[in-house]
Ligand binder design. Sequence first.
Ligand SMILES: Nc1ncnc2c1ncn2[C@@H]1O[C@H](COP(=O)(O)OP(=O)(O)O)[C@@H](O)[C@H]1O
Ligand SMILES: [Mg+2]
Length: 256
Amino acid sequence: MSTGKGNPILRASNITKTFGNNTILHGVSVELAKGEIKILIGSSGGGKSTLLQCINCLVVPDSGEIEVDGMVIDITKKKDLYRLRQQVGMIFQDFNLFDHLTAIDNITIALRKVKKISREQATQRARQELEQVGLGDKQHLYPAQLSGGQKQRVAIARALAMDPKILLLDEPTSALDPTLVGEVISVIKRLAAKGMTMIMATHQMSLISTLADEILFMENGRIVEQGTPSVLLAKGNKSRTRGFCDSLNDLVGEEG
Ligand SMILES: Nc1ncnc2c1ncn2[C@@H]1O[C@H](COP(=O)(O)OP(=O)(O)O)[C@@H](O)[C@H]1O
Ligand SMILES: [Mg+2]
């Protein structure tokens, strides 16, 4: 399944998840090589968010196996979950910042509590990460004082400060005003250029067509189509992916 970039750094095998009587994931498998970017697409309710949350065990899968960098995660062991979350960063649609903490403290709190580093070192690292996402001058502002795009950039800086091996991004631009999408896309493209390994659910065509090594089309809890954008989106290809992406483009057209 890997697109030929070496041994997988992430392997999620046969993940199943049922809520009540509703099976949301029917044995989904995904592999990522180091530096690889896979993009999840598909209609709302297909299971994209649940899959991403199962990968870092924010949602505990009913069955299946997660392996990160050669280590199989035993979800019954706190130590394994802790290691998993150190290595796998997550970016949410709605940012998930602590509203009562400034931008810089949103980052230092994780560094101090999880990485156990000193306040000075944490502050220095957090400043660096904020500068990287163009927010060096916003360190002391609270989330309520930041735009959506700035909040998402703080969230990205917070994830990167933990030195993750893999980033999971769940529709990182969906909650943003159209005018603010570009600044977050630029940050994500820069991460990709630096070789970050990512799985991202997104319907932003500029991310799908330029970043995806592989597109995974999800429907009703299954990956029903997968392949490179150059193949799946090729002119004349009758793929589900192409049909879906065409409908996204039409929507963008309608919205102006
Ligand atoms: N905690 C939960 N409890 C019950 N149902 C859930 C829960 N989380 C997600 N679901 C259901 O799982 C399905 C897939 O949701 P989701 O993973 O959010 O899909 P997507 O991200 O593709 O829109 C939806 O029908 C949703 O209602
Ligand atoms: Mg979702």
